[in-house]
Write a protein that binds this ligand. Structure first.
Ligand code: SF4
Ligand code: MG
Length: 313
């Protein structure tokens, strides 16, 4: 059966505000899934809390709407339990870079094959527009009583220094371009991150479609080559970090892609050769009488130096 973008839609009413940038992200996601012909039974979307947290409700694949800031932790468990699944995290800037920032950094270090899509609208939309970690200091969006007094962080730079091996930025209103980024991220083996610029029509009156229309440009049109070859890892990384700080003109596209690093799953399979074939949840850990299965010889070998033998008599 050939699946169309429509085949990935659920019947759940999409209740984001009119003109919300999330609609463009959802459309790009449907198109990317259809292009890759993803099997819904082996695809999982994991979300946290926020407007973006509703994404799994609208996509006909496995989905789980988890706790605030904990989507990456759930996704990590899912991927390690079954490394053959395609696992995608959707989270907002408050969710992934505020309360969830520790998990965000940890995923990059692991280079576990999970895709993270940041719905970056620079406010906490679901809770009425407070300043999020990506709103610049000094800006006053419409529901702030006074300008923001906290420095912002740069999601692309944070992903790069954390170790993500695929780092890109898209724009929700350029849905076809965003679809191509999602396809490339899913095809990449390793931790992938897409910073998706997403206007919040209700609470962010600064970063509007008009604001982005004047500033956004395509990296690929300026000859940017994100692919890392042997020996140029640090140069490419530093260039990408520098690029991510451009603000007057905002680059979108793939900033950095490194296929030279081993994924965590590959590291596990070197230790446990059956890892991809006999998945951890399917491994038998008890006999029929419920007593644990234990290789006594291996156990003794592992703890040889700690075993105290008591002589009888
Ligand atoms: Fe979209 Fe903002 Fe409305 Fe949330 S509050 S649904 S981000 S427009
Ligand atoms: Mg937000």
């Amino acid at each position: 059966m050939v699946r169309s973008p429509n085949d990935y839609r659920t019947d759940v009413w999409v209740d984001w505000c009119p003109a919300c940038g999330n609609y463009g992200i959802l459309a790009a996601l449907y198109k990317a899934f259809a292009e890759l012909q993803l099997d819904p039974t082996s695809t999982v979307i994991v979300s946290g809390i926020g407007c973006s947290g509703k994404t799994p409700h609208f996509v006909k694949v496995n989905g789980i709407h988890t706790l605030h800031g904990r989507a990456i932790a759930f996704a990590t468990g899912i991927k390690l339990a079954n490394p053959n699944l395609t696992v995608i995290v959707h989270g907002g800037d408050g969710d992934l870079l505020g309360i969830g920032s520790g998990h965000f950094v940890a995923l990059g270090r692991k280079n576990l094959d999970i895709k993270v899509m940041l719905h970056n609208n620079r406010v906490y939309g679901l809770t009425k527009g407070q300043a999020s970690p990506t709103l610049s200091k000094g800006l006053k969006t419409k529901s702030l009583a006074q300008p923001n007094i906290i420095n912002n962080l740069n999601p692309i730079a944070l992903a790069l220094v954390s170790g993500y091996t695929f780092v890109a930025r898209g724009y929700s209103m350029l849905s076809e371009h965003l679809k191509n980024l999602i396809v490339a991220a899913i095809k990449h083996k390793g931790s992938a991150f897409i910073d998706i610029l997403q206007p919040c029509a209700t609470y962010n009156d600064i970063h509007t479609p008009e604001y982005y229309r004047k500033r956004v440009y395509f990296l690929e049109e300026e000859g940017w080559n994100p692919r890392v070859e042997e020996g140029e890892e640090s140069d490419k990384l530093l260039n990408a970090i520098k690029k991510s700080f451009e603000e007057e003109r905002i680059p979108i596209g793939i900033f950095y892609q490194n296929t030279l690093k081993q994924t965590l799953e590959e590291s596990y399979s070197q230790r446990i050769p059956s890892y991809f074939k006999i998945l951890p949840p399917w491994q038998k850990i008890a006999k029929d009488d419920s007593s644990p299965i234990l290789d006594e010889k291996l156990f003794e070998k592992m703890f040889e130096e700690y075993i105290v033998k008591v002589e009888k008599g």
